[in-house]
Design a protein around this ligand. Structure first.
Ligand SMILES: *[C@@H]1O[C@H](CO)[C@@H](O)[C@H](O)[C@H]1NC(C)=O
Ligand SMILES: *[C@@H]1O[C@H](CO)[C@@H](O)[C@H](O)[C@H]1NC(C)=O
Ligand SMILES: *[C@@H]1O[C@H](CO)[C@@H](O)[C@H](O)[C@H]1NC(C)=O
Ligand SMILES: *[C@@H]1O[C@H](CO)[C@@H](O)[C@H](O)[C@H]1NC(C)=O
Ligand SMILES: *[C@@H]1O[C@H](CO)[C@@H](O)[C@H](O)[C@H]1NC(C)=O
Ligand SMILES: *[C@@H]1O[C@H](CO)[C@@H](O)[C@H](O)[C@H]1NC(C)=O
Ligand SMILES: *[C@@H]1O[C@H](CO)[C@@H](O)[C@H](O)[C@H]1NC(C)=O
Ligand SMILES: *[C@@H]1O[C@H](CO)[C@@H](O)[C@H](O)[C@H]1NC(C)=O
Ligand SMILES: *[C@@H]1O[C@H](CO)[C@@H](O)[C@H](O)[C@H]1NC(C)=O
Ligand SMILES: *[C@@H]1O[C@H](CO)[C@@H](O)[C@H](O)[C@H]1NC(C)=O
Ligand SMILES: *[C@@H]1O[C@H](CO)[C@@H](O)[C@H](O)[C@H]1NC(C)=O
Ligand SMILES: *[C@@H]1O[C@H](CO)[C@@H](O)[C@H](O)[C@H]1NC(C)=O
Length: 852
């Protein structure tokens, strides 16, 4: 056992090419490294000789880091010794340090997981309050060095909160709910995988950002996780993560006692107050702790989206949570109980509102949860939308421990195929002052326990890394994971500073790379908000299918409660106290007053709180409908500039990652136009109000496929209508017919970018050729989604695919710098494949600088 564990740890971090596997822990050489070599430590003293100890691992990391960054060879020791005047680095707990070297002159004030770092003098001191803290300190020191920061420092740092967890929505069959980067690194075929290499590598990354626990399976959990075989598997994951100071937690299926679980008796009830159920969970919990003595605890999604829970038996959510709390209490485990509880509701009732559910369910129970229960609250009251107000529940249960749930996996934010740097969005909530009892009540002070005097609290981040070597499918998405860890430790950390640090660690120290990355990243969330759903209307993606592309009508006329209540004259949810759903009244009085009043509600949340006319004038002077138009055009225009910003990095970063991300930025630029057109067309059609700037429906640079001369192609009325230009596409007349579409160009002679909008459906890889006067300009295969089963070729884009011609499959390919003249003959030949009939929407002939 020990031998396999050691060999696993040994493999960790041996970075190959710039494939992203090392994340921000590359330990890449820095410019002028040799200048520092002499002053750097040549001896590393890691004050624990047990190879599975985080202190031992810290010694290994320091050795690897100093070697990688500076080419400096060090000797690692595990006890105090004398090495002449040679500089050294000592890493260990404060206690072990004191035993070996005597008390520190200024003993740092450390709480659990905190550390002291001093680079002053001949000995670098890295001292943790515990072993985990010591490892954090080693990563901090290496992070400074990797960023070329060799300044003398001496400081202590402590976590803002003890709960710094990730939630991995991994299913036991190896798939991942909202995962866009390949299969699970933890599970396959119903059991925990045998190969723990990636789990250990992941633990290393998370440890460096001070995450202390990972919930390895989906909140939509399965009882088979609790089989004897899988408990052994959970034990193996815990064994490779423990040396990195990471504890393992699991999500539970509430009705597990009535399921067939290998090694457990099954019952006829899962009533949380039934003694046999209590015994069942106590028994299972003991069994898990026998194998995993430091298990972090349980994450529970109950009575939510079809999941069973205590309410099934007319028991309260608190009774449900406390069932697990009592089983865990003797072992020191926590229950993270999700507040995401709501029922299906009927839109025809004006006062119905899903946003009300969390406070309605949980506020009456405040004070009834056991001490080791933490209520895990999504940042907003609905579900990870592009903008939401802070959940009022943060202020509504002051007697309960709370944690914020953030989503690093961008389920509603482009699924890692649109780059969206998320910390600025998270900060709108973390920095929000809920004014409980008319006093400062920042969400970040509530989750850290400061505001209501709680020992427990913190953050849970939904991550979903996969087997892809980039971890998240896109290199840049790793900036979100990195920043999540930093914010869990210190929710006041700065979005720009975190990004600069991440960029230096990931792409090196070139200042122009860092500046570009900062400018680009900080523009991504505002741009995405603008071309998806602005004014607080929510993301406007397809909530009934992929959550990826546009489909505004999917919000309404169903029981999910993510409504817009848009009709021909008005739009928005009336959440006022007087006439609406009363949601604004769930906030403390000062905030309730602000949101209840149209005049004091900020524009960016206007339609979240108010049902208004399309002609209502905003604080920025535009009408609601005109602002929809304006921002969607602006957002898509900004997304076009990301391509150029990224291209400016050519030669300044490695080719592998440059090329990979360029592909994604080009995709995002094209898909942002799909978004823009869909949203403006939809609301233009619904309201009948023209765009003052006359852009909507006007496409002077496009040639609609349906207006071309077709042979083997036929027109196709796309549903929903707004995701095709002129609401119409063309498809081959059968799924074996090769289609040809031709048009005579009527543009002045010149150099243009030629774009072709088509649909890349899952279930076929159509091929296309584009000709000018019978000379081929380009050819492509619509194969971004070859993969779905694990034995097929990997996907290129990881977002959830669509089997339809719709806003998810709509995409654009562009051929740059094409010289053409008036009267040229343009021809596209489409060859269908599988269920995909080589669909085409339009060709766009773009002069330099034009977006259409
Ligand atoms: C060394 O590390 C092991 C494993 O983490 C731990 O159990 C032990 O207490 C540590 N020893 C000391 C002296 O800190
Ligand atoms: C170097 O790191 C220290 C500690 O993290 C930090 O306070 C300081 O600002 C950094 N200096 C530079 C130049 O980045
Ligand atoms: C375990 O997984 C790693 C990383 O994917 C791989 O390199 C290694 O070959 C695997 N080991 C075995 C024994 O399959
Ligand atoms: C749990 O997994 C088993 C085996 O895959 C499956 O039959 C069962 O339906 C799953 N249960 C739930 C609640 O998803
Ligand atoms: C236990 O599970 C098995 C297999 O699903 C089922 O046949 C049996 O009826 C269950 N027993 C009880 C008491 O529910
Ligand atoms: C308790 O667990 C053991 C296995 O660890 C099992 O044999 C036994 O049936 C369980 N008892 C109950 C009451 O579930
Ligand atoms: C829950 O209570 C309702 C009404 O109070 C009752 O109709 C129902 O049968 C109860 N359900 C259970 C499972 O006890
Ligand atoms: C990982 O993602 C890259 C692009 O981001 C893709 O080219 C590759 O096929 C993916 N690999 C796997 C194993 O999913
Ligand atoms: C909901 O359905 C009604 C009736 O079919 C329709 O008039 C209305 O436009 C729909 N609402 C939205 C936002 O699509
Ligand atoms: C008040 O609520 C009704 C539905 O009960 C709705 O039709 C009406 O538009 C609302 N009035 C205002 C001013 O929003
Ligand atoms: C919407 O328009 C109607 C009719 O013009 C007007 O009576 C009403 O006050 C307007 N509502 C808002 C919120 O501006
Ligand atoms: C728009 O589509 C209709 C058929 O749906 C077609 O008659 C018309 O020519 C198209 N307009 C353009 C500009 O291609």
């Amino acid at each position: 056992m020990l031998r396999t564990l050691l060999s696993t740890i040994g493999l960790v971090g041996l970075a190959a090419a710039e494939n992203g596997l090392a994340g921000w822990l590359r330990y890449a050489p820095i410019p002028g490294a040799e200048r520092y070599r002499a002053q750097l430590p040549s001896h590393i003293v890691a004050l624990n000789a047990t190879a599975t100890s985080p202190v031992y691992v810290a010694g290994q990391e320091l050795e690897k880091g100093l070697q990688g960054i500076f080419g400096k060879q060090c000797t690692v020791h595990h006890a105090h010794g004398h090495w002449g005047a040679a500089p050294q680095v000592v890493v260990g707990t404060v206690d072990e340090y004191t035993k070996a070297y005597g008390a520190l002159a200024d003993a740092p004030e450390l709480i659990e997981d905190g550390f002291w770092l001093s680079t002053k003098g001949q000995t670098v001191q890295i001292l943790g309050q515990n072993e985990r803290g010591a490892l954090y300190g080693a990563f901090e020191y290496l992070s400074m060095l990797a960023q070329g920061n060799v300044t003398e420092v001496a400081y202590a740092t402590n976590p803002a909160a003890p709960v710094r967890w990730t939630n991995e929505w991994n299913n036991m069959d190896g798939s991942i709910e909202r995962g866009y980067a390949g299969a699970s690194i933890f599970f396959a075929n119903g059991v925990v995988v045998a190969n723990m290499t990636r789990a250990a590598e992941y633990a290393r990354l998370l440890s460096s950002i001070r995450i202390n626990a990972v919930v390895i399976n989906n909140v939509n959990a399965n009882a088979t996780l609790l089989s004897t075989q899988n408990i052994e598997g959970i034990g193996r994951v815990a064994d490779v993560m423990r040396p990195y100071g990471i504890q393992v937690g699991i999500s539970l299926y509430f009705a597990s006692p009535t399921s067939a679980v290998q090694g457990q008796q099954n019952l006829t009830t899962f009533d949380p107050l039934d003694p046999s159920v209590v015994t069942w969970w106590t028994n299972v919990t003991e069994k898990i702790y026998e194998r995993v003595p430091d298990m972090a605890g349980y994450l529970v999604k109950a009575n939510s989206e079809g999941q069973p829970g205590p309410i099934t038996y007319n028991r309260t959510l608190a009774e449900g949570a406390n069932l697990f709390a009592k089983a865990l209490q003797p072992h020191g485990g926590l229950v993270l109980f999700r507040a995401f509880v709501y029922n299906p509701i009927n839109e025809s009732v004006w006062k119905n509102d899903r946003a009300n559910a969390a406070v309605d369910f949980f506020q009456p129970l405040d004070g009834e949860f056991d001490d080791n229960v933490v209520i895990q609250i999504k940042y907003g009251p609905i579900d990870f939308q592009v903008r939401e107000p802070a959940s009022p529940l943060f202020a509504a249960i002051p007697k309960s421990n709370v944690a914020i749930e953030l989503q690093i996996t961008p389920e509603y934010l482009g699924q890692q195929c649109h780059h969206v740097y998320l910390p600025p969005l998270w900060k709108t909530v973390l920095d929000f002052d809920l004014r409980k009892d008319n006093e400062s009540s920042l969400v970040r002070d509530i989750i850290t326990g400061k505001r209501f005097n709680k020992k427990l609290g913190g953050s849970a981040g939904v991550v979903n890394v996969g087997t892809n070597q980039t971890w998240l499918g896109s290199h840049l998405s790793m900036s979100n994971l990195y920043a999540y860890g930093r914010l869990a430790w210190n929710p006041s950390d700065d979005s720009t500073v975190m990004l600069q640090d991440w960029t230096r660690l990931t792409f090196g120290l070139n200042p122009s790379v860092i500046d570009t990355m900062v400018q680009f990243s900080l523009e991504t969330w505002p741009a995405y908000e603008n071309y998806s759903g602005n004014l607080g209307i929510q993301t406007l993606t397809d909530i009934l299918y992929t959550h990826f592309g546009p489909n505004p009508q999917s919000q309404d006329n169903n029981t999910w409660g993510q409504w817009t209540r848009a009709d021909g004259t008005q739009i928005g949810m009336d959440r006022t106290i007087g006439n609406g759903t009363g949601f604004s009244g769930q906030y403390p009085p000062e905030i309730a007053a602000m949101y209840d009043n149209l005049a004091s509600t900020p524009d960016n949340l206007l339609l979240w709180f108010h049902h208004v006319n399309y002609t209502t004038v905003l604080k920025n002077g535009a009408t609601v409908i005109q602002d929809f138009y304006d921002q969607h055009y602006a957002g898509a225009a900004t997304a076009q500039t990301f391509v150029g910003m990224w291209q400016s990095l050519q030669g300044k970063i490695d080719t592998e990652r440059f090329t990979d991300q360029l592909f994604r930025q080009v995709f995002q630029a094209g898909h942002s136009i799909v978004w823009r057109d869909a949203i403006v067309n939809f609301y233009h059609n619904l309201s009948g109000i023209p765009d003052e700037a006359k852009r909507v429906g006007s496409h002077p640079y496009r040639i609609e496929a349906e207006s071309m001369v077709l042979d083997g192609y036929k027109t196709y009325a796309v549903q929903p209508f707004e995701v095709a230009s002129n609401f119409t596409a063309i498809v081959t007349s059968t799924n074996t017919t090769v289609g040809t579409a031709t048009a005579v160009l009527d543009f002045p002679a010149g150099v243009y970018d030629l774009g072709v909008n088509y649909y890349d459906m899952y279930g076929g890889n159509s091929s296309y050729c584009l000709y000018l006067n019978d000379k081929m300009v380009g050819e492509w295969v619509s194969n971004s989604f070859q993969y779905i089963g694990s034995n097929e070729a990997p996907r290129i884009l990881g977002h959830q695919p669509s089997i339809y011609i719709d806003g998810h499959s709509a995409t654009r390919v562009t051929f740059g710098n094409v010289t053409l003249a008036k009267g040229d003959m343009l021809k596209i030949v489409g060859t269908p494949s599988g269920i995909e009939p080589a669909p085409l929407d339009y060709v766009v002939v773009l002069p330099a600088g034009v977006v259409d």
